[in-house]
Design a protein around this ligand. Structure first.
Ligand SMILES: *[C@@H]1O[C@H](CO)[C@@H](O)[C@H](O)[C@H]1NC(C)=O
Ligand SMILES: *[C@@H]1O[C@H](CO)[C@@H](O)[C@H](O)[C@H]1NC(C)=O
Ligand SMILES: *[C@@H]1O[C@H](CO)[C@@H](O)[C@H](O)[C@H]1NC(C)=O
Ligand SMILES: *[C@@H]1O[C@H](CO)[C@@H](O)[C@H](O)[C@H]1NC(C)=O
Ligand SMILES: *[C@@H]1O[C@H](CO)[C@@H](O)[C@H](O)[C@H]1NC(C)=O
Ligand SMILES: *[C@@H]1O[C@H](CO)[C@@H](O)[C@H](O)[C@H]1NC(C)=O
Ligand SMILES: *[C@@H]1O[C@H](CO)[C@@H](O)[C@H](O)[C@H]1NC(C)=O
Ligand SMILES: *[C@@H]1O[C@H](CO)[C@@H](O)[C@H](O)[C@H]1NC(C)=O
Ligand SMILES: *[C@@H]1O[C@H](CO)[C@@H](O)[C@H](O)[C@H]1NC(C)=O
Ligand SMILES: *[C@@H]1O[C@H](CO)[C@@H](O)[C@H](O)[C@H]1NC(C)=O
Ligand SMILES: *[C@@H]1O[C@H](CO)[C@@H](O)[C@H](O)[C@H]1NC(C)=O
Ligand SMILES: *[C@@H]1O[C@H](CO)[C@@H](O)[C@H](O)[C@H]1NC(C)=O
Length: 294
C-alpha cells in the first residue's frame, strides 16, 4: 500500500515538471572522450497546415529523455555534430566549426514530423519538415558558453525559444572550460545620467546665536538669521547669488571696545564682518551696523 502511494506521488511530480525540461548530453568520440557537452531547454512553436486554407500553431518542449544517435565528434568529416532525437521522429541538430582561437555553431537544423498527432493534431500528414537557422556565436576554444536568458530564433513556420544553455564543443581533456556568460545574463550597469541642474529654491535662513568674548567674558551676543544676496561679476557677467548662513557650520569671532564691536562670522563659503557702534544722542543711543562680505 505504501509503495503504491509513493509511486502515485512520483507520477504526479513528473507531470508537474512536464512543461519545460533540460536535456543534458555528452557526445563522445571513438576513444570515449567527450567532444560536445550540451545542456539546454528549448520550446518550439510551429505553424502547421490543417488543410489547404487553415493553419494552426503548436507549442511544445524538447523533453529531457532525448537520444543522441547520429551525433559524432567529426573525426571523419571534421565538423562535430550534435544530433538530438526526441518523440515521434523529431530532431534538433547543430554542427560546429572552429579556427585556431574560436568555435561556433554553424547550422541548426530542427526537423519535425507532422505525422505526430500529439504535437500536430489534425495536421495534413506531410511527414518531416526541416527548419534551418544559425545558433551559437563564436566562443573562445576551451570555454563553456553559458546563457540563462531566452534566445529566440525565428525561421519560416518555426519559433525556437532556447534558454538555460550550457554548451561546449571541442571539449579538451574531458574537462569543461571556464564559463563564458552571454551578454544578456550580464548585470546591467546603469549609465549615470547627470542630474538636471534645477535651481534649488533657497529656504529661509536659520537663526544662529553668536558670541564674542574678550578678557571680561562675553561682550557681544548676536542672534540673527542671515541671507546673503550678492551680485557678483564673474567673467563679465552679472551673477546673483543667494546664500543662507548655516549656524551649524558658522563660527564667530570678534572684538569689543567701549562703544564699538566687531563680529566676524565664518561659514564654509563666506565670511562676513559686522561693525557695531553705539551712537549716543541725548538720553538715547542707537546701534549703527555695517557689514561686509569678505
Ligand atoms: C566510456 O566511459 C564511461 C565513463 O566515463 C564508461 O562508463 C564507459 O564504459 C566507457 N565506454 C567505453 C566504450 O569505453
Ligand atoms: C479547414 O480547417 C478549418 C479548421 O479546422 C475548418 O473550419 C475548415 O472548414 C477547413 N476547410 C476545409 C476546406 O477543409
Ligand atoms: C502562429 O504564430 C505566428 C507567429 O507568432 C503568428 O504569426 C501566426 O498568426 C500564428 N498562427 C495561428 C494560426 O495562430
Ligand atoms: C515552453 O512550452 C511549454 C509548453 O510545452 C509551456 O508550458 C512553457 O511555459 C514554455 N516555456 C517558456 C519559457 O515559454
Ligand atoms: C520519454 O518520456 C516519455 C514520457 O515522459 C515517454 O512517453 C517516451 O517514450 C520517452 N521517450 C524515450 C525515447 O525514452
Ligand atoms: C553544417 O551543416 C550544414 C547543413 O547540414 C552544412 O551545409 C554545413 O556545411 C555544415 N558545416 C560544417 C562546418 O561542416
Ligand atoms: C577565428 O574566428 C573568429 C570569429 O569568427 C574571428 O574573429 C577570428 O579572427 C578568427 N581567427 C583566426 C586566426 O582566423
Ligand atoms: C536536416 O535534418 C534532416 C533530418 O535529419 C535531414 O533529413 C536534412 O537533410 C537536414 N537538412 C540539412 C540542410 O542538413
Ligand atoms: C537549468 O539547467 C540545469 C541543468 O543544466 C538544471 O539543473 C536547472 O534546473 C535548470 N534551471 C532552470 C531554471 O530551468
Ligand atoms: C589533461 O588532464 C590531465 C589530468 O587531469 C593533465 O595531466 C593534463 O595536463 C591535461 N591536459 C591538458 C591539455 O589540459
Ligand atoms: C582549458 O581550460 C581549463 C579550465 O579553465 C584549464 O585548466 C586548461 O589548462 C585549459 N586547457 C588548455 C589546453 O588550454
Ligand atoms: C543644524 O543642526 C540641527 C541639529 O543637528 C538640525 O536639526 C538643523 O537642521 C541643522 N540646520 C541646518 C540649517 O542644517
Amino acid at each position: 500500500m505504501e509503495r503504491y502511494v509513493s509511486l502515485f506521488a512520483l507520477s504526479l511530480l513528473s507531470l508537474g515538471f512536464m512543461q519545460s525540461k533540460t536535456f543534458d548530453i555528452e557526445v563522445k568520440d571513438s576513444s570515449n572522450h567527450t567532444c560536445i557537452h550540451a545542456s539546454l531547454m528549448v520550446n518550439f512553436t510551429v505553424q502547421y497546415e490543417v488543410n489547404s486554407t487553415f493553419s494552426k500553431n503548436s507549442t511544445f518542449s524538447a523533453p529531457s529523455n532525448v537520444t543522441i544517435n547520429g551525433s559524432h565528434c567529426g573525426e571523419n568529416s571534421g565538423s562535430p555534430l550534435l544530433l538530438v532525437n526526441f518523440g515521434n521522429g523529431h530532431s534538433w541538430s547543430l554542427n560546429f566549426t572552429k579556427n585556431s582561437t574560436m568555435y561556433s555553431g554553424d547550422i541548426l537544423n530542427f526537423t519535425y514530423n507532422t505525422n505526430d498527432s500529439t504535437f500536430f493534431p489534425d495536421a495534413l500528414k506531410q511527414g518531416l519538415k526541416s527548419s534551418l537557422t544559425k545558433f551559437l556565436d563564436p566562443v573562445l576554444l576551451n570555454r563553456t558558453y553559458k546563457c540563462m536568458h531566452n534566445e529566440i530564433l525565428r525561421s519560416e513556420n518555426v519559433i525556437q525559444l532556447i534558454w538555460n544553455v550550457t554548451l561546449q564543443a571541442y571539449v579538451q581533456n574531458d574537462t569543461l572550460g571556464q564559463e563564458i556568460t552571454c551578454d544578456a545574463d550580464k548585470p546591467v550597469v546603469p549609465t549615470p545620467t547627470p542630474p538636471a541642474p534645477t535651481p534649488k529654491p533657497v529656504d529661509k535662513p536659520s537663526v544662529g546665536n553668536y558670541v564674542v568674548s574678550d578678557d571680561t567674558g562675553k561682550c557681544l551676543l548676536a542672534s540673527l538669521a542671515l541671507q546673503v544676496n550678492a551680485s557678483l561679476t564673474i567673467e563679465g557677467k552679472n551673477v546673483s547669488v543667494l546664500y543662507n548662513l548655516n549656524p551649524n557650520t558658522t563660527s564667530s569671532t570678534g572684538t569689543c571696545g567701549n562703544d564699538t564691536a566687531t563680529l566676524r562670522l565664518n561659514d564654509t563659503k563666506v565670511a562676513i564682518e559686522f561693525d557695531f557702534a553705539i551712537e549716543h544722542c541725548q538720553e538715547r543711543y542707537k546701534i549703527r551696523v555695517s557689514g561686509r562680505l569678505l
